[in-house]
Design a protein around this ligand. Structure first.
Ligand code: HEC
Length: 108
């Protein structure tokens, strides 16, 4: 019985994540509320060489949604752990990651 429930749960989770495309427009609002203090216009006001430019993201291997989601979820002091603290939910984090990648590709 437990196995059946796990299989159903896993199927639901993978279905939900494959049907919910990340929304960069929603992400913009989240970015402006939570990230702009340190990353206004794609800069990094606290750590040189760790801006949100396409080049820095590539150099630091942060140029994927998965890497950004991981960082925003778990933080890296002084950057806050938005997922762990419950400030942002998983969908918010996916959306803000999509926004960062979109802006980085566009040159901010
Ligand atoms: C208090 C300041 C602060 C806030 C607010 C903040 N960050 Fe950061 N961010 C940092 C610092 C410092 C780093 C560098 C971390 C490290 O040592 O790798 C960083 C790194 C990053 C990186 C990796 C950049 C690179 O080139 O390696 C991304 C992407 C990022 N932040 C996105 C966000 C997003 C999205 C938000 C909002 C949800 C956010 N940050 C909020 C301080 C902040």
């Amino acid at each position: 019985m437990k196995t059946i429930i796990s299989v159903i749960a896993l199927t639901l989770i993978s279905f939900a994540s494959s049907t919910m495309a990340a929304d960069a427009e929603e992400g913009e609002e989240i970015f402006n509320k939570n990230c702009r203090t340190c990353h206004s216009g794609g800069i990094n006001a606290m750590a040189a060489g760790k801006s949100l430019s396409k080049e820095d993201l590539e150099t630091n291997k942060m140029n994927s949604a998965a890497a950004i989601i991981e960082l925003v979820t778990n933080g890296k002091p002084p950057m806050p752990a938005y997922g762990k603290t419950g400030t942002l939910n998983a969908v918010d984090i996916e959306n803000v990651a999509a926004y960062v990648l979109k802006k980085a590709n566009a040159g901010w």
